[in-house]
Design a protein around this ligand. Structure first.
Ligand code: NAP
Length: 515
């Protein structure tokens, strides 16, 4: 794609995007010097007359922490506009955190304080790259921060992975959390054994959710349709597979411990699975590996437990990798190979396949091996890492390693899908510090359209069903009101149209809007 300062593109709905203005990135090999640098600022921004104007794309934890840090910047007037493709904010706190972990969701109170700041605006139900192009954002703001997370999953790359019954764990997570894009998925829960591949906290969440009793599901904000499906599920055995050993597991202690506290399921670990090699034993004795040491202790405690006669079981097995999913038209079994651990030159312990194979009957397979970022139109992307190339949050053009002025990243699209919610606070601080340094040193480009009303008008023209923060508060109130008589934190709205109707005060009749 050549660099064209008057580039106009059409989106999937045939609307014109882009228009006049510089394109910030060209991935073309013939065009190694993309026209990414706009004029440095003539007048310093950050004053009451000319506030620093920042767009944050994505309203999950990293986006909110970035907004919070910006709005707290000392002796600087900053205004933040946050965009989200959904009418609802909070990203994975709403659509990723397990519904039976309400305490983790209470972090929303912090984000609500940020949203209450008079210099903060929310533009929900707006897709950057479809409704508004990246180049257009750059025309209206001194800086754009992408906080879009990692919106897809990693694949195993084994035969049979595409069979019905083989899913990404992230699909189940988004489904039970009522994400509008995933609500129509149909999980056939009529089999007795489900396998979860991976040893991270998402694997723990999925295993737990698959065996929670109806009463416990009903006390949460799990989507209604998912409560019904999970409560009627025939799954009575969940097998969690780690490709490496117990000392290398990525899950954390509280999440592992919870598997031992399930009302309806016994946790099962064969003591033979817990024999650790010499290197791992030395590693877990090391002070710095407290989580690994505790994980092994908890697993040993599980292995020594008598079965408590619960109707379901969750079993942890280690040193096994899936090599194929078999089945006639749908997943019926998974073929595994046993692994041995080998000491990598870099100090890591690597799984290496032996020749020993086994077959496990399973009608459901959830790969829980990590999330992956997706490219943002007009912004560099590292296909290998699944992230936007950056230096401490400053987006970098891979052609010449220079930073792309005025474009920043935070969260999983910056560093990859790792860490807990709090990790994003430090991460966002780093990016905001660098953004403010660029401002101080005159490296931020001056927006051509700095008037806040201009972007508001453009967004409203492109997306008439724009949902502002007050609209989200109406959705929030409606969901909580629906939950209250049932003793539930909320009953989630799971269709964008329903959310928009509530946010815009439209009446619905018979499931359809009357407006
Ligand atoms: P994760 O923590 O990175 O775990 C991914 C797991 O998949 C690892 O055990 C990894 O094993 C395994 N894996 C990767 N590729 C594999 C392959 N080809 N075959 C078999 N196994 C493979 O990812 P996650 O569980 O998706 O979690 C993402 C982040 O969200 C993490 O930081 C997590 O802590 C966080 N999270 C936190 C909570 C919570 O706090 N309650 C809940 C959910 C998620 P190797 O180690 O061998 O690569």
């Amino acid at each position: 794609m050549a660099c064209d300062s008057t580039r106009v593109t059409e989106d999937t709905r045939g609307r014109r995007l882009g228009g006049a203005g510089p394109c910030l990135y060209s991935p073309s090999a013939e065009d190694p010097a993309p026209c990414r640098r706009r004029d440095a600022m003539a007048t310093p921004a950050g004053t009451p007359e000319q506030p620093l104007r920042v767009a944050v794309v994505g309203s999950g934890p990293s986006g909110f922490y970035a907004a919070g840090h910006l709005l707290k910047a000392e002796e600087l007037d900053v205004s933040v506009d946050m965009f989200d493709r959904l009418p609802t904010p909070f990203g994975l706190v709403r659509a990723g955190v397990a519904p039976d972990h309400p305490k983790i969701k209470s972090v929303i109170r912090v984000y609500e304080k940020t949203a209450a700041n008079g210099a903060f605006r929310f533009f929900g139900n707006v897709r950057i790259g479809e409704d508004i192009a990246h180049a257009e954002l750059s025309r209206h703001y001194h800086a754009v921060i992408y906080a879009v997370g990692a919106q897809t999953d990693r694949q195993l790359g084994i035969p049979g992975e595409e069979l019905p019954g083989s899913w990404a764990a992230t699909e189940l997570v988004a489904w039970y959390n009522g994400h509008p894009d995933f609500r129509e998925l149909e999980f056939d829960l009529s089999c007795t054994t489900a396998v979860v591949v991976g040893n991270g906290n998402v694997a723990m969440d999925v295993a737990r959710m698959l065996v929670l009793p109806r009463a416990e599901l009903e006390a949460t904000d799990t989507a209604d349709y998912a409560i019904e499906a999970l409560a009627q599920s025939a799954v009575e055995e969940v097998v969690i597979l780690g490709r490496r050993g117990p000392a290398q597991a990525a899950f954390t202690n509280p999440e592992l411990r919870e598997l031992g506290e399930l009302t309806d399921a016994d946790v099962v670990v064969d003591p033979a699975e817990l024999e650790v090699d010499q290197h791992s034993a030395r590693m877990i004795e090391h002070e710095g590996e407290l989580t690994a040491r505790r994980n092994v202790e908890i697993l040993r405690e599980f292995a020594g437990r008598p079965m408590r006669g619960r109707p379901k079981r969750v079993e942890l097995r280690f040193l096994r990798s899936p090599v194929a999913i078999h089945g006639d038209g749908r997943a019926q079994s998974i073929e595994l190979v046993r692994n041995e651990l080998h000491h990598g030159g870099d100090g890591s312990m690597r799984a290496q396949a032996t020749g020993e194979h086994e077959i496990l009957d399973a009608g459901l397979v959830f790969r829980s091996i990590g999330y992956r970022g997706v490219p943002i139109d007009g912004v560099p992307f590292d296909e290998w890492q699944g992230t936007v190339p950056n230096e401490e949050g400053r987006v970098v053009d891979p052609h010449d390693q220079h930073s792309v002025s005025g474009v920043f990243v935070v969260g999983w699209i910056k560093r990859g899908p790792s860490g807990v919610i709090g990790t994003n606070k430090r991460d966002a601080q780093e990016t905001v510090t660098n953004l403010l340094e660029d401002l101080a040193e005159g490296r931020l480009p001056a927006p051509e359209e700095p008037d806040p009303a201009a972007i508001e008008a453009l967004v409203a023209e492109r997306q008439p069903d724009l949902v502002r923060y007050a609209g989200w508060e109406l959705i929030d109130a409606a969901e909580q009101a629906a939950g209250e008589p049932l003793g539930r934190p909320r009953v989630k709205l799971t269709r964008v149209e329903e959310m928009v109707d509530v946010a815009l005060g439209r009446e619905r009749t018979g499931g359809r809007s009357a407006a």
